[in-house]
Ligand binder design. Structure first.
Ligand SMILES: [Zn+2]
Length: 443
């Protein structure tokens, strides 16, 4: 009898140990675990940490625009048949392709719905259909057709870095010819917003103009500032003194073209000033860190790791950083930046650029490293008049949920975590981690 009990205890201990021992392959149960997790994950009301909601004819969807004729990777082309599946799921689209005559059905259906769901109800209904509680609206300005309670605004902060004559900046390549004039336009809109007709002659006054815009944007509901600086210049930042920056400002604010080195030095100072203000004003700093649209986008000069000296600088410990797109395709290195307590990674765009079978690996690796520092986003964007932010929202949310369920199912099946822990991690990624960054301003 005693022997029997002892034997039983040994067996129990052994199985217990086995359960906690990670294995290199999933067991035969991985599909069932996936199905169980997915049905729970589908029920989680998500917070979309990065998106560009709006209509295709609304120029304020972004502070910049796609350059004409830019190459698109396979899955992000507007002939991706998955977009027809998205239209089917959202609007009952009856066709499997998006031929021009079929697309007319979709245009009419949306027009009809917009009439029925006036004001902010139309886009709210899209979020309801994909179980997103609220979604960041990273836009130049907010329109009256988005409900500010469900679409918190993230505004753009790059334009403060381009106050001088930008002739050389614009002429660098055809993409910059599109981007830089839009930055100038953005700077003028900020000036109008705080009643500044002419940029001040003194550098101290220029800095206080910047701070006034940030404070005003925060009052208008802005929850964070966003940089897409990698589109316009290299993403490595030197550490100039204020007198260096002041000297350049005084020499060029009334005219003349600074040398490239002078312009970059000035911008490096302004970038760091904005980062510091983000800490003071509790405005997290979002930075585009990934490949970008446009054939001239320079990958090696926009490497996320060139931000390391800024992110690991103790002077900015009170600023919260969100690495938008998680450094893709360098997400494997990027996750180690999240070792810093104030640095987070957003997975948006990765789930649109990659198919779920590949995106699953990104999520798994992140979940196995700093699972409490990663957040969900779609990077939804209106493709064209037919395929809008709606379909892109659906594809982003759907892809992220199935890739998340697959990554977690493998981790459970390989003995890394329990199923209940997997669900905690799913809640953190889809909603809780991001929401906590905004101190009650979002939900
Ligand atoms: Zn984006």
């Amino acid at each position: 009898m005693r022997e029997g009990i002892r034997f039983l205890v040994v067996i129990l201990l052994f199985t217990g140990l086995c359960a906690a021992q990670a294995r290199p392959f999933p067991s035969g149960d991985v599909q069932q675990i996936y199905q169980r997790l997915l049905s729970q994950i589908d029920k989680i009301q998500a917070f979309d940490h990065h998106a560009h909601p709006g209509y295709a004819d609304d120029p304020d969807v972004d502070a910049m625009a796609a350059p004409p004729n830019a190459s698109e990777a396979l899955r992000t082309r507007d002939d991706n048949p998955e977009l027809a599946a998205a239209a089917k799921a959202l609007f009952g689209y009856p066709y499997n392709d998006l031929s021009p005559e079929h697309a007319k059905w979709l245009l009419n259906k949306k027009a009809e719905l917009k009439k029925q769901l006036s004001g902010t109800a139309y886009f709210n209904s899209i979020l309801d259909k994909i179980n997103i509680e609220s979604s960041v609206a990273n836009r130049a300005m907010m329109p009256d057709y988005l409900d500010a309670k469900r679409f918190p605004w993230v505004f753009f902060a790059d334009s403060f870095m381009w106050p001088f004559n930008n002739e050389r900046e614009t002429g660098r390549n055809p993409d910059e010819g599109v981007f830089i004039p839009l930055q100038e336009k953005m700077l003028h809109r900020w000036m109008q917003q705080v009643n500044v007709t002419k940029l001040p002659a003194s550098f101290a006054d220029y800095l206080s103009f910047i701070s006034r815009v940030l404070e005003d944007n925060s009052r208008r509901g802005g929850i964070a500032m966003k940089f897409e600086v990698a589109y316009f210049r290299p993403m490595s930042f030197s550490d100039p003194t204020s007198s260096q920056a002041e000297d350049i400002y005084r020499r060029f604010i009334t005219g003349g073209i600074p040398t490239e080195k002078e312009y970059r030095t000035f911008q490096d100072y302004i970038f760091r000033y904005l980062v510091q203000e983000g800490g003071r004003l509790h405005l997290p700093v979002h930075i585009h860190t990934a490949i970008g649209i446009g054939d001239y986008f320079n990958l090696s000069q926009s490497n996320i790791m060139s931000l390391e000296s800024v992110l690991r600088d103790p002077r900015y410990a009170s600023t919260t950083f969100v690495m938008i797109h998680g450094g893709y395709p360098l997400e494997r290195e990027a996750i180690w930046l999240a070792a810093m307590k104030n640095v987070y990674l957003d997975s948006s765009f990765g789930e649109l650029a990659q198919y779920p079978s590949e995106f699953k690996h990104t999520l798994k690796m992140w979940l196995e490293t700093f699972p409490d520092k990663i957040t969900f986003g779609t990077d939804c964007f209106p493709y064209n008049q037919v395929l809008g932010a709606e379909e892109s929202y659906w594809l982003g949310a759907y892809s992220s949920r199935i890739a998340l369920a697959a990554a977690l199912a493998e981790m459970v099946s390989e003995g890394e975590i329990t199923e209940s822990r997997a669900l905690e991690l799913a809640h953190a990624y889809l909603h809780d981690t991001a929401v906590k960054l905004y101190n009650g301003r979002v939900h």
